[in-house]
Design a protein around this ligand. Structure first.
Ligand code: HAM
Length: 422
């Protein structure tokens, strides 16, 4: 009987060897600066109560209104695969009372996120982010540090062609003043019902409408930056001053609209122009009301999410991905059952001292096994046969020049540590 092959679901991005090594490199480079700045890991569920996102992320967003993977679980609860990380972090912080301890709560996370978008290059239905959140302190220096951490992540990838755009959505007072004029302006436009509905929930969303007629109509709309309260303006000026002091280059984009509704104050995006339509490689900002909306205290937070998939695409576009091929230090070729057992024992002990060791499995003939050793890129090879086991001595062959030397098996570890200068 012949079974049909099963394919991966549409739009998911998966990483297989050898590409997975580059993916892992990107992920680690992007998050390393956060670890260096004292952020600690948070591992969260990939599914949550649907209300977390409808309330936290906002009903006016595409993410909530069109892109959520929502289903009923076996207990009749509405569950959603997480489309983003901030709401879940906030839920966990409130639930575990972390906000009652030392502030700011500083956490990082890494993992899969899910949005039912139309798949295209750089836009997937399951994608990967690393992110951080710093919760409980309002200080423009913290805003600047969070942005600088993200920037350092992209610099770690060796990227040069990206740009950082920042803006401020101000405090409640600034947004209220702007909203009055913006709503007046929008009332003067001829809009379809769906757009009107979106504007009623969050009029800023219309700046993000990609339709050319809407872009044209919104070109004359009042801009929030012009309505900042004196405190918000001073705060935004301080963020810029700190970024400049840290040598983090940025431009101000007063028309930036993030795809999630919780943002207030400082918001930012990293754009990589080589990636075409999906050029956003990371973004984030401050969110004053989110914790309260989710039933917690009224504490502000700030954070970012960086796209690992797009980080990898950008690194490929700029040719900065280092060769990531795994090469072992030693390849052991056992001949016969006793040798196989010995090979397992030797490999285990060598690996415990940091020597990367592989074994030729499957009773292959010597010639085939040597070929495999060669292909693996291993730096040294030993053959373990009957006589080697009797003599307790092997010929250690250096693959780069073919030179061999006799080494006692119990000296192998020392000899390799020396030769590899580990
Ligand atoms: P976001 O801008 O929606 O923010 O997503 C962050 C990054 O995830 C984007 O810049 C992009 O690189 C990547 N990304 C988003 N959607 C896709 C997709 N469909 N395929 C591939 N990559 C994608 C957030 O998610 C916020 N939670 C960030 C944040 C944290 N704000 C404050 N704290």
């Amino acid at each position: 009987m012949k079974f049909e092959k099963i394919q991966a679901p549409k739009g998911v991005r998966e990483y297989l060897p050898p590409e997975s090594q580059s993916f892992e490199w990107v992920r680690e480079q992007l998050i390393a600066p956060a670890k260096d700045a004292g952020y600690q890991l948070m591992e969260l569920p990939v599914f949550e109560d649907t209300n977390l996102f409808s309330r936290g992320v906002g009903e006016s967003t595409d993410v909530v209104s069109k892109e959520m993977y929502t289903f009923e679980d076996r207990g009749g609860r509405s569950i959603t695969l997480r489309p983003e990380g901030t709401a879940g972090v906030m839920r966990a912080v409130i639930e575990a009372n972390l906000d009652r301890g030392q502030l700011p709560v500083k956490v990082w996370y890494s993992g899969q996120f899910f949005r039912a978008e139309r798949p295209q290059a750089g836009r997937y239905r399951q994608f990967y982010q690393v992110g951080i959140e710093a919760i409980g302190i309002e200080d423009p220096a913290l805003d600047a540090e969070v942005i600088a951490i993200a920037d350092r992540g992209f610099k770690n990838l060796g990227l040069k062609n990206y740009r950082l755009e920042i803006t401020s959505l101000g405090d409640a007072q600034s947004r209220a003043a702007h909203r009055v004029d913006l709503v007046k302006f929008i009332d003067g436009l001829a809009l379809d019902d769906a757009t009107k509905e979106r504007a009623a929930i969050n009029p800023l969303r219309l700046f993000d409408d990609k339709r050319p007629e809407m872009q044209e109509a919104m070109a004359k709309a009042p801009i929030l930056l012009d309505y900042l309260s004196p405190e918000s303006a001073a705060n935004f000026a301080a963020v810029q001053k700190y970024l400049t002091a840290m040598d983090v280059a940025f431009t101000i984009n007063p028309r930036m609209v993030r795809g999630l509704d919780y943002y207030t104050g400082t918001t930012f995006e990293f754009i990589h122009p080589d990636l075409g339509a999906q050029s956003g490689i990371g973004g984030g900002g401050r969110y004053d009301g989110l914790m309260e909306t989710l039933g917690g205290q009224s504490l502000s937070g700030i954070g970012f999410g960086l796209g690992v998939d797009r980080g990898l695409l950008a690194a490929i576009a700029e040719s900065t991905v280092p060769s990531q091929e795994f090469t072992s230090d030693l390849f052991i070729i056992p001949l016969g059952d006793d040798a196989k057992e010995q090979a397992l024992v030797i490999a285990q002990s060598l690996r415990s001292s940091g020597i990367r060791t592989e074994i030729a499995f499957g009773d292959r003939a010597l010639k085939g096994a040597m070929k495999a050793a060669d292909k693996s890129g291993a730096r040294y090879v030993i053959v373990l046969g009957e006589s080697e086991l009797i003599e307790r001595s092997v010929e250690l062959k250096k693959m780069s020049d073919g030179v061999t030397s006799s080494v006692k098996i119990d000296q192998l570890q020392n000899e390799l540590l020396r030769a590899l200068s580990l």
